[in-house]
Structures are given as C-alpha cells and as structure tokens.
Design a protein around this ligand. Sequence first.
Ligand code: SAH
Length: 404
Amino acid sequence: MMNAILKPGREKSLLRHHPWVFASAIQSLDETIASGSTIDLLAPNGQFLARASYSPHSQIRARVWTFEDEPVDAEFFRKRIRAAIQLRGKLKVESDSNAWRLIHAESDGIPGIVVDRYGDVLVLQSSTAGAEFWKDAIADILVEETGVPNIYERSDADVRELEGLKPINGVLRYSSIRNSEAAFKDRLSNIVIHEHNLKFKVDVQHGHKTGFYLDQRENRHRAGKLAEDRDVLNCFCYTGGFSINALANGAKSVVSIDSSADALALLEENITLNNLPSEKHVSLEGDVFQLLRKFRDEARSFDMIVLDPPKFAPTSAHAEKASRAYKDINLLAFKLLRPGGILVTFSCSGGVDAALFQKIAASAALDAGVEATIVEHLSQGGDHPVSLHFPEGAYLKGLVCMKR
Ligand code: SAH
C-alpha cells in the first residue's frame, strides 16, 4: 500500500472523520502513486488514519474511502452501495416518486460518485480520480444490486477539470436484450418520472446535472400546496418543477422564467402531460435579474414568488459576490410581492451557509422596506443525506417568508 504522511496537526480533521485531505496538509508522499489509486493516510508518528483515493491534480489531494483498516475492493463498494439502497428504502422515497438520488457521494461513503435513479435508468456522475478508478466496478455492482440494467453517464460537470479528467456523456451500461443502443438512447431523452402524482419529462442526455433537480422534490410539493388562488412567479424555473405543482394546486396564474429555451420547451410538455390549464401559464425566456427589474418598473405584483437560482457560490471564496446576487433578486422579489405574499427562496451554494443566507434575506427585506416572517426552513430531501462529519453535504437551503 502506498502512503501519505500528514503534517503535524493536520490529522485533526481526519480524526473527526472529515473525508478530505488538502495538498497543503501532506508532508510526504510515495512517489509512484497512480491517479485514483488507494493510499493509506498516516499521522506523523506513522499511525494509520484512513484509506483514501489519490487525486494528483486536485487541491483536495485525497478523499477517504474508509477510516478502518479494511480492504478497498469491489466488495467494499458493494457494501456501501447496499447501504445506500437500504437507506432510500427505509425513507420510503418510492412511495412518493420513481426518481431519487441513490448515491450522494461523501454522505453515502463514496466520494466522487453521484447516482440518480429515473425509473429504470440510473444516471451516474463521476467527478474525482478515485471515482473514475472504480467506476466500472461500481457500475457492475449497481446493475447487480438494483436490478436496473441501464446506466447513463453524465460525467460532464466542470469540477472534473480540477481533477484533470475529461468530460464524458454517454451510455455506460444497457441491456441489449431489452433494446438496441439506438432505441435506448432515444428513450433517454424521453423519460417520464412521477413525483407525488405529477409527471415530469426528463432528458438525461441533455438536461442539467443528471437531468432533473431531484433535491427539490419535497420543496416543490410543499410550495405547491401554498399556491392555491395565488398569482405565482417562478424564477429559474428549469422544466417547471414549482410551476407544475402550483398549477396542480389551483394557482390563479403562473409566470415561469428561465434563460434556457430547452428547459422551457420541456415545461410546456409537462403542462400537457399533467392535463393542466395552459391558459393560466406564461413562459418567459430571459434573464431573471433583468425581468424582475422590468416587472418592478411596470409595477407588476404577485402573491407568491419562487427564487431557485443556480449555484452562485461554489465555494466560500465566491461568497461575497454571490451574496450581492442573492440580495439583488430577493430584494426585487420582496418589492414585487403583494401584502400577505409568499417568497420561497433558495440557495444551493456550498459557499453560502444557512445563517448567511438568512442574513441576506433579512437585508433584502430591510432594503425593500418590507416586514416579513420566516414560516418554514427548507432543505434537500432525505435521499440527499448529509453525513454529520461532512457538513459541506448540506448545500441546499430555503426559506418560506410571508410578507406582512
Ligand atoms: N427550480 C427548478 C430548478 C432550477 S435550476 C426545478 O425545480 O427543477 C436553475 C435554473 O436557472 C436553470 O434552469 C438555469 O437555466 C436557470 N438560469 C440560470 N441563470 C439564469 C438567469 N440569469 N436568468 C434566468 N434563468 C437562469
């Protein structure tokens, strides 16, 4: 086994079972370690701390597979994958949806691997050298343990660059008994999932992330229930998650904004798929920052506004700029809300924690000249668990605010 010895004092986070080791924490390293292969992390006195994958190109130089002195092999990953499957089973996700996150990287003990299940298709995202090293073994185990023969790979997120890995977007496993590869690919862009009795079309080949924002399932459902008889504005709507829920719950009208024409096209299909009243809905392709200003200038108003922007701050280094962007849209939204109106506002930025996000919302309300109360705190669903030792896993935070 290859070794990395940590600098004095830098073993502390590992002793707390945090799974990352930064390059700056490493004192010395065996020289011939292959990218993604398994190494032992040792304290300065030679004591075993953890077994980890090695990422020569990333600032996060090692990611822990296990804190125990146990082999890291296919059977190891089978145990982790089984545990992840069992967790979702205990959560009864399947009673609400046929689409959920099956593996949530660090929080399921498999750093670098995300797997989302969309009916009988798994979509896998590998984002680290270690994940890449074990990807094929993991794919085989996933097929065996889930009984799902189809895996599509969406390893095309920017973070792969930091690991020196090329983007991959393609078929990883499929059952040739059931369908030809061409037929399988065609189906990948036309998957229909259900969430709480609503249907959504998902394009796992071209959609964002693995195709759908599964982390918002419960929040879409919750927000939908508050939308009855309201004029709703859904900003950053993607394929209409919040819009469909609002329409299904008797919203008076829904305006949906996104910069992606492809996403809006799927939203329109989702309205039809659910037999919802399209005359109550308007799609606007454009920039939310500009359109909120336009609405303010036109003195338009709404009873409910959803803000679910993309990640403005991937890390805390981006927190300041991101805070300004969050404040900007939340301030405008507070202004556009009628008295008694509801703001459902989110941040999925790892670099902005829940406390900072709440402060941003408070200062947005203050500057908008609005009094508001928080009536609910929201976060990601339980199929996106958060290891207590890895607080970075808690990336999604939301507030439901009621304007006086
Ligand atoms: N609420 C959605 C997910 C939103 S993801 C759901 O429940 O599925 C964020 C969306 O913001 C993406 O669809 C992206 O296309 C869009 N987006 C990013 N920047 C934007 C901008 N400046 N103006 C409008 N839309 C934007």
